[in-house]
Every structure is written in C-alpha cells, then in structure tokens.
Design a protein around this ligand. Structure first.
Ligand code: NAD
Ligand code: TYD
Length: 339
C-alpha cells in the first residue's frame, strides 16, 4: 500500500510545529513533510525529538517561490497539504503590512496552483477567527461559520484574502479544500511575542508586562493540542468545501490572563504596566464550535489546567525560549515597547 504524503507548511512555527509532532507520532504510516522558510518565527530545535524518525522530512522553502514550489509538488505528489505558513503577528502587520500580503495572500495562491496542478487529495487551509472582525462584550454573541468576514487589521485582512482565494479555487476548479478558523492558541513552543508566552517569559525575569489599553479586551483561548486534534479530524473527516470554526469557550480578558500567570508564578501584580492601546484593537473574539463538535471534536483542556501546564512547560524549557528571543526579536521588542 502506498504511504500517504502530508505536506505541512509552516511546520517550524508554533501551531504547525505542534501539528508536525502530532502527525509524526500518531501516523507512522504517513510521510510528513515539514516545509518552512525559517523566518524569525520558525526554528527546528523544537523537532529534536522527531528529526531522526523515518517518517519526518524537512524542506527549507519559501511558499511564495513559484519556481521551487511547483516542481516540488510535481516531484513529491503530496496527498494532503495542511497550510499554516504565514506571518502571524498583528502588531507586526500594523508596522509593516507588505510582507503579510506577500506571504499570506500570494504564498497561498502559489500553493493552491501547485495543489491544483498535482491533484492533491485535500488542501486544508488554517485560518483565524480574526477574519470575522470583532464582537462586542455581549457574552451571548459568537462567531459562526456564517458570520460575514470583516477583518480589521492588515494581518486579518491578509488571512481573509487567502480564505477567499481558497474558497474560489474550490468553486472554480473543484479543488478539494477545508478551511479552519480557530481562536487564539496557547501551549508549548508559542513564540514569546504573543501575550501568554510574553507574559510568562517577562514575569519569570521580573520584567514589566505591557497590557494594551485597559486590559478588558477578550480572547477565546484554545490549547494547541486541542487544535491539533481538530485539524486531524477535519483533514480526515471534514466535508469537502466546508469551513469549520475551532474554539473551546475559554473567554478571558487580557487582564485576567496576565493576572492568572502572575499568580501561578507567585509574583506581584505590580509587574503589570498599562501601555498605549493597539491601533484598531479588536474588542472581543468568541467562537461557536457547534459545527466541528457535530463532526466529533471535543476540547480536552479547560483554561486553568492548560495555563498551569503551559507555565510549567516554560519553566522546564527555558533554554528554548531564551534562545529564540535572543535574535531579531530583541530589536523588535525594543522598538515596539517603551518599557
Ligand atoms: P508562527 O508565526 O509561529 O509560525 C509561522 C511559520 O511560518 C514559521 O515557522 C515561519 O518560518 C513560517 N513562514 C513564514 N513565512 C513563510 C514563507 N514565506 N514560506 C514558508 N514558511 C514561512 O504562526 P502560528 O502561530 O503557528 O500560526 C500558524 C497559522 O495559524 C497561521 O496561518 C496563523 O494565521 C494561524 N492562526 C494562529 C493563531 C494563533 O493563536 N497563533 C490563531 C488563529 C490562527
Ligand atoms: P496576541 O497574543 O498578539 O494575539 P491576537 O492579537 O492575535 O489576539 O494578543 C492577544 C491579546 O493581548 C490582544 O488583545 C492584544 C493583547 N496584548 C497586550 O495587551 N499586550 C501585549 O504585549 C501583546 C503582545 C498583546
């Protein structure tokens, strides 16, 4: 029997990296190809535990490089493509939107062309709830798959654009696709420019934690392991052409999140520093995951358990995050925050 070939783009990043590990360990009968450009957000040290396994392969490539991507697809004839590779940080998109359009929109189009040309069995596009825009603070309102796309940041606009291209390749050319739109992830190997790992790494070093505005903005936190299980399900059981929202009803204000981490680490709330608000800062995200639950998904992590385990992971893996924040990130942090 032919072994299935799965291409994971962005598998050296946070969620893609966790998903590559998940697939390599769960499906020894599949060949997993991690394709990544290794930007500031990608690193391969996280794959030390799987790099010698027979079913793990790494390819360094830029998804926008058509002259590399098309021949690669022609040679390997992938069965599945699970597409994570992206510029993913809202604050960076506010500073410099261009690279977000190039990677997230044009890169996705190159992959869609390659997938169409080589008749992949399924193309799973990993998107975000941020394409729906923002909700107000009414706790009974949620994003469903029918919520209109109203992205507010250059990042979310680039993701919404790529979603529409994926949809169009299905409608026009019959490309077999699924789109997943998840809420904010957290867990191991989260790059410390995002709220949760940034807070953990700064509190551990007794440094101030920047909280935007009044800290009342709400995010719906999803453990990355629950997300991996959701993508696995969609990859194998998702109805072709459908969109699935992923979220586990873990809404918290940013201030609650920061205070929980400070308390877990036994430090003082004096470390909180309220700083100037993010431009166009979305008030609230919250997912209605009913459609995915009907397909058979159920999250395992309550926020309190997940955050305690994540804090412990950062304590146990200081070497990893100290090494990733020592490079380009250092300059970014100094320019972004005046604290
Ligand atoms: P990340 O920034 O940690 O990782 C992105 C990866 O893509 C990195 O390894 C980077 O090197 C790679 N990459 C960037 N440009 C590339 C290019 N041109 N060619 C090849 N590889 C390239 O991102 P993440 O947080 O793991 O997010 C993964 C996906 O999930 C993204 O598409 C993002 O929009 C989506 N998403 C993330 C979250 C979240 O909370 N992190 C929430 C919703 C959706
Ligand atoms: P972030 O982790 O950047 O994810 P996203 O913008 O994709 O939701 O931010 C999560 C929330 O935390 C968001 O409301 C912005 C806020 N935030 C801060 O208050 N301070 C910070 O330093 C960062 C990075 C984010």
């Amino acid at each position: 029997m032919n072994r299935k070939k799965v291409l994971v783009t962005g598998g050296a990043g946070f969620i893609g990296g966790n998903f590559v590990k998940y697939l390599v360990n769960k499906y020894p009968e599949y060949d997993i190809y991690n394709m990544d450009l290794l930007t500031y957000a990608g690193d391969l040290t996280k794959h030390k535990d799987i790099e010698s396994k027979d079913n793990y392969h790494f390819i360094k490539a830029d998804i926008t490089d058509r002259d590399t991507i098309i021949p690669l697809f022609e040679k390997e004839k992938f069965d599945y493509v699970v597409h994570f590779a992206a510029e993913s940080h809202v604050d960076r998109s506010i500073i410099d939107p261009g690279i977000f359009i190039r990677t997230n929109v044009m890169g996705t189009q190159v992959l869609l062309d390659a997938a169409k040309l080589t008749s992949v069995y399924k193309f799973v596009h990993i998107s975000t709830d941020e394409v729906y825009g923002e909700l107000d603070f009414d706790p009974t309102t949620f994003f469903t798959e029918e919520t209109p796309l109203q992205p507010n940041s250059p990042y979310s606009a680039s993701k919404a654009s790529s979603d529409l291209l994926v949809r169009a390749y299905h409608e026009t050319y019959g490309l077999p696709i699924n789109i997943t739109r998840c809420s904010n992830n957290y867990g191991p190997y989260h790059f410390p420019e995002k709220l949760i790992p940034l807070t953990i790494s700064r509190v551990l070093n007794d440094l101030k934690v920047p909280v935007y505005g009044d800290g009342r903005n709400i995010r719906d936190w999803l453990h990355v392991f629950d997300h991996c299980a959701a993508i696995d399900l969609v990859m194998h059981k998702g109805v072709i052409g459908e969109v699935y929202n992923v979220g586990g009803h873990n809404e918290r204000t940013n201030l609650e999140v920061v205070k929980t981490i400070i308390k877990t680490l036994g430090k003082s709330e004096n470390l909180i520093e309220f700083v100037q608000d993010r431009l166009g800062h979305d008030k609230r995200y919250a997912i209605d995951p009913t459609k995915l639950e009907k397909l058979g998904w159920k999250p395992k992590y309550a926020f309190e358990t997940g955050i305690a385990q994540t804090v412990q992971w950062y304590l146990d893996n200081k070497e990893w995050w100290e090494q990733v924040i020592s490079g380009e990130y250092k300059n970014y942090f100094e320019n972004q925050y005046n604290i």
